[in-house]
Ligand binder design. Structure first.
Ligand SMILES: Cc1ncc(COP(=O)(O)O)c(C=O)c1O
Length: 394
């Protein structure tokens, strides 16, 4: 979905000779305009552009006050960056079960809390929103921060509110495989001025440069050391033009999903992956839920025979089975959150940690990644393939 509009915006930035939002003779403020537009689309007061989704998560967690000695509850079905960013912020990830939607089970979140829990980090996986009302309720009862991982789900809503506007902070990715993209990039959202200011400061060496920030915002916090996760104006140019396309992309994806859903609705024994909100989910990754792993494997084979490329989420393995988490390994022993003198817990990870999810991950099949270029005809082809597979595999 990159075309002439992104090209022209990038060329304009190059001609302006102002590639940084903070320097240059004639800055076009593409990053600022992206931030303003992004905040409005999400329904948050503020948005902050950063260099990646991982940077967005780390900035958001640090802004939320997460650090050494803390635990953060994350779902066990997610990309490595989710627990990874918790560890990078100095804290320990604790894994909660997912349900058949492949999103966090709020009841298990409550069970996994300890006196060390500082935040909940729900992940809206492949366009399906988490049950944010229940997660917010748990967080409220235990006085926890909520940082939403929205990396895969820009444009998704739950119960009429956009994701990224439910928690204290939201973290988005603009990496190449995401709903809208600038190649690499990310954004943090929040409606809390102090959290926003902490995010701005952490992403920019602890300083708050008032030029090119939200008009009228008056910083009021002290400086602290930060990093450099600033987005540049070239990336901002692409992100800005992509943002203008988000509404159309989401509309097309949802229409394609509805057509798919209707096309397979009368197949006996076939169950779709639950999506938590029929209106708000994005329809970016269609899924089927089976009763057991054997049926799922048979269906996978049948769909492959039809020329599709179905797969289990993350190969059917929870993220805690990845070696860096399984081995509780950090870049340096001194920086290892699991061994921090401030950490009073003792978590270990391994097979059997989230048994319900380990079962679900082997029997929820993601049948296709959908992009907005898919036509109705493409959808009908997939419907046909699923119907034929059901005849042989169910
Ligand atoms: C759930 C989730 N969180 C975080 C990220 C990290 O985003 P990025 O690749 O932009 O750092 C990703 C990216 O794939 C993701 O899928």
């Amino acid at each position: 979905m990159l075309d002439e509009e992104e090209t022209q915006e990038v060329l304009a930035v190059i001609k302006s000779r102002s590639l940084s939002r903070d320097y240059g003779p004639d800055c076009l403020d593409t990053v600022l305009r992206f931030e303003q537009g992004f905040a409005e689309k999400v329904g948050a007061r503020y948005a902050l552009a950063v260099t990646s989704g991982t940077a967005a998560l780390k900035v958001a967690l640090v802004a939320a006050g997460v650090g050494p000695g803390h635990e953060v509850i994350v779902p066990c079905c997610t990309f490595i960056a989710t627990p990874g960013s918790v560890a990078l912020a100095g804290a320990v990830p604790v894994f909660a079960e997912v349900d058949e939607s492949l999103t966090m089970d709020p009841e298990d979140v409550e069970r996994k809390g300890t006196p060390r829990t500082k935040a909940i980090l729900p992940v809206h996986l492949s366009g399906v929103p988490c049950r944010m009302d229940r997660i917010a309720e748990v967080a409220g009862r235990h006085n926890l921060r909520v940082v939403e991982d929205c990396a895969q789900s820009c444009g998704t809503a739950y119960r009429g509110r956009r994701i990224g506007a439910w928690g204290d902070l939201g973290a988005f990715s603009l990496q190449f495989s995401k709903v809208i993209t600038s190649g690499e990039g990310g954004a943090v959202t929040s409606s809390d001025p102090d959290l926003y200011e902490r995010a701005v400061r952490y992403h920019d060496q602890g300083s708050f440069r008032e030029r090119g920030r939200f008009p009228g915002f008056s910083p009021r916090l002290e400086a602290f050391v930060g990093e450099n996760y600033r987005m540049n104006e070239l990336t901002g140019a692409v992100a800005l033009r992509q943002l203008a396309k988000l509404g159309g992309i989401a509309e097309t994806l949802r229409a394609r999903y509805r057509r798919f859903r209707e096309g397979v609705s009368d197949v006996p024994g076939l169950r779709l992956r639950p999506v938590n909100d029929e209106e708000g989910h994005l329809g970016a990754r269609w899924g089927l839920a089976f009763e057991d792993a054997e049926t799922c494997a048979r269906f996978t084979k049948a769909l492959r025979g039809e020329g599709l490329s179905p797969g289990l989420a993350y190969g059917g393995e929870p993220v805690y089975m990845q070696p860096q988490i399984l081995n509780r390994a950090a870049a340096t022993p001194e920086g290892n959150p699991w061994r921090s003198p401030l950490y009073e817990g003792d978590v270990t990870y391994g097979r059997g940690l989230c048994p319900r999810s380990e079962d679900i991950l082997k029997r929820v099949l993601l049948i296709a990644s959908i992009n907005p270029r898919y036509t109705e005809r493409d959808v009908d082809d997939i419907v046909g393939a699923v119907r034929r597979a059901a005849r042989t595999a169910l």
